[in-house]
Design a protein around this ligand. Structure first.
Ligand code: GLC
Length: 428
């Protein structure tokens, strides 16, 4: 509860956002919002929604949705294709505005100049054909968590490259297992066949200088030497520094292993910080956060995939102006500050990265500001409505390579053919 006093101030502040977004009608209505449930998301959503209810007089029903971005998209597509009004406010992934555009309301007439306070690239992401289809709620970039205590104990420095990470992970795993720590693994990440794996693959490939699958000009770039060596390295981790089970891990599964003390390194999003540092966490006080390692070779650099969730209003909502008012409230500066302090959700409002309370709760927000700024987007804008087909082709190929069922060279060549086919048919 140590966040309480700081948060109360922020709650008071958020009433100014509410005043701005107050609905035109005074009749109380009920609207529904879909919130995620990864980590403390559902709890934070519930608290914020209660604050809006109290101030607006309207009622809100929370619809919980699957954790996996891929499964959540399938659910939305079903609901929206039926034109159903079951969900008014949709929590949408940063990669979906192009896919869901026909089903979303233009928020511009409802939210005044609220868009102006966010990172311009995120607003750009949400603007399609001149319409503002969502407002950003939080942003994400992949980061590397590590056990500071274990690296210190074994006299090893935090790694700067994937190669170094592999070696440090292997050395600590071996030494600790010999000393009786039998369940310890070197590295965990998201290896299940879903959107999260596409995010990891992008980081491996782009950090080796191999690009982000499809260039801004629409050209498929996936079949290159840097991509091949990045994926061959990742495949070598399975069964060596990463458990075979990682092939079925999502974010929460990886966090479960790391937070219970059974991994040296973990790739995850910033939300895992607040939980790893929680009062009941076995690794509290033992964890550090770094930018993801650089690839070796000429184009080597650090790459974190740009993620994050935005709020949109369904075209089939019976109460679009109340729904838009809730979106403006939840995405406001005051609400984003609460989420950053309580849940380590990265704000989408640059000013909050200078807020001393936000930085005290999440020291790495300041240290890794450049990594967050330079996070690399998946090719969702250029591939538009076809993005999910592109991504599923990528995660299927990646999963086969990691599983040892296909060699990186041949499989990437086949993937390029498949992506080119989707591109030709989809005319991006
Ligand atoms: C996180 C990111 C989201 C991404 C998902 C993949 O939730 O914010 O953008 O698609 O992870 O699992």
């Amino acid at each position: 509860m140590k966040w309480m006093p700081r948060v109360i101030g922020a709650i008071l502040l958020s009433f100014s956002a509410l005043a701005m977004a107050r609905p035109a009608t005074s009749e109380p209505v009920e609207i529904a919002i879909s919130c995620g449930a990864v980590g403390v998301e559902l709890q934070l959503c519930g608290d914020a929604v209660r604050a809006w209810e109290a101030a607006s007089g309207h009622r809100v029903r929370i619809v919980s949705t699957p954790n996996s971005s891929t499964e959540r998209l399938a659910l939305y597509q079903q609901v929206l294709a039926a034109g159903a009004s079951d969900i008014d406010v949709l929590q949408i992934d940063v990669i979906w505005p192009g896919i869901l555009a026909p089903h979303l309301v233009d928020l511009a007439p409802h939210v005044g100049d609220a868009a102006g306070q966010h990172f311009p690239n995120l607003i750009e992401n949400d603007r399609i054909d001149g319409k503002l289809l969502a407002l950003p709620w939080w942003t994400d970039a992949g980061v590397l968590y590590y056990r500071r205590d274990l690296l210190e104990k074994h006299g090893l420095a935090p790694p700067a490259t994937w190669q170094e990470m592999t070696e440090v992970a292997r050395a600590i795993q071996r030494a600790e297992r010999e000393a009786g720590n039998r369940d310890l693994w070197g590295f965990v990440f998201q290896g299940r066949a879903y959107e999260g794996l596409t995010c990891n693959i992008l980081e491996w490939i782009d950090s080796h200088g191999g690009g982000n699958f499809v260039g801004d000009d629409g050209k498929v770039t996936i079949d290159n030497a840097a991509a091949r060596s990045a994926l061959a390295l990742a495949a070598s981790w399975i069964g060596d520094i990463a458990p075979r089970g990682v092939l079925n891990y999502d974010e929460e599964a990886a966090r479960g292993v790391f937070q219970s003390g059974n991994a040296v390194f973990m790739r995850n999003w910033p939300y895992a910080w607040a939980l790893a540092q929680g009062a009941d966490s076995p690794v509290r006080g033992k964890v550090g956060v770094l930018a993801l390692p650089r690839g070796t070779g000429e184009g080597g650099k650090t790459t974190g995939t740009l993620g994050g969730w935005h709020l949109a209003v369904s075209r089939y909502s019976r109460h679009p102006s109340e729904a838009a008012s809730l979106v403006a409230f939840l995405t406001s500066r005051a609400q984003q500050k609460i989420r950053a302090i309580r849940g380590a959700y990265n704000p989408t409002i640059p000013a909050l990265y200078e807020d001393p309370e936000v930085l005290a709760a999440n020291p790495f927000f300041g240290q890794l500001f450049d990594s967050f700024q330079n996070a690399v987007a998946r090719p969702s804008s250029v591939t538009g409505v076809h993005y999910n087909r592109v991504s599923s082709a990528i995660w299927r190929a990646g999963h086969e390579i990691l599983s040892g069922n296909a060699a990186a060279d041949a499989r990437l060549a086949a993937l390029a053919v498949e992506l080119n086919r989707i591109g030709r048919r989809g005319r991006w």
